[in-house]
Design a protein. Structure first.
Lengths: 109, 114
């Protein structure tokens, strides 16, 4: 059965801190791992990762995948209050997209 | 990416009634999906909306409760039938690109059933 485990479940940091969010997975026929940011209703696409060891970067956010150890991390540097959200990790395998429960990040001024 | 719109953005409905949610995409896409996110939970896939044929439902979801239409490659509807308070959720449509390895979500519909 496909499984996605995210940690920590929640995190409170101060502006300017750097955070690392973790995602481990088990999946049949891995195709990709995706990261989303969910602030209100709709998740916003951040990254799609398919290959090990290749860092994807967008501004202060970056992510990398380890297909041997079956995990991914999402880094956010110099956090801002606008980064406060739930960050969701999802995998696509044999059974479409399967989401983890998310990490709730709160950035306080 | 794709631009996706959903209607309505929110609704409050009485138990026993039905609500149809519309999802419109700005380009033709092969794969469209419907998800539910119950309060405090992550997203759960309801079904894959197939163009020109019946939707493919995930375990725990049935067509009688969640009928789906997909008349063309840019539009789909999800109906939540005979609603109960347990159906109060956010309902999201998404489209799959790159063979569904990459998915983009619509803005969601927040449904409250009283």
């Amino acid at each position: 059965e496909d499984k996605v485990v995210q940690s920590p479940l929640s995190l409170v940091v101060h502006e300017g801190d750097t955070v690392t969010l973790n995602c481990s997975y088990e999946v049949t026929n891995f195709r990709s791992l995706l990261w989303y940011k969910q602030e209100k209703k709709a998740p916003t696409f951040l990254f799609m990762l398919t290959s090990s060891g290749i860092e994807k970067k967008s501004g202060r956010l970056s992510s990398i995948l380890d297909k041997k150890e079956l995990f991914s991390i999402l880094n956010i540097t110099a956090t801002q209050t606008g980064d406060s959200a739930i960050y969701l990790c999802a995998i696509t395998g044999a059974n479409n997209l399967f989401f983890g429960t998310g990490t709730r990040l709160t950035v306080i001024p | 990416s794709a631009v996706i719109s959903q209607k309505p953005s929110r609704d409050i409905c009485q138990r026993g009634t039905s609500l149809t949610i519309q999802c419109q995409v700005d380009s033709q896409v092969t794969m469209m999906f419907w998800y539910r996110q119950q309060p405090g939970q992550s997203l759960t896939l309801i079904a894959t909306a197939n163009q020109g044929s019946e939707a493919t439902y995930e375990s725990g979801f049935v067509i009688d409760k969640f009928p789906i239409s997909r008349p063309n490659l840019t539009f789909s509807t999800l109906t939540v039938s005979n609603m109960s308070p347990e159906d109060s959720s956010i309902y999201l449509c998404s489209v799959g690109l790159q063979g569904a390895r990459e998915q983009y979500f619509g803005p969601g519909t927040r449904l409250t059933v009283t």
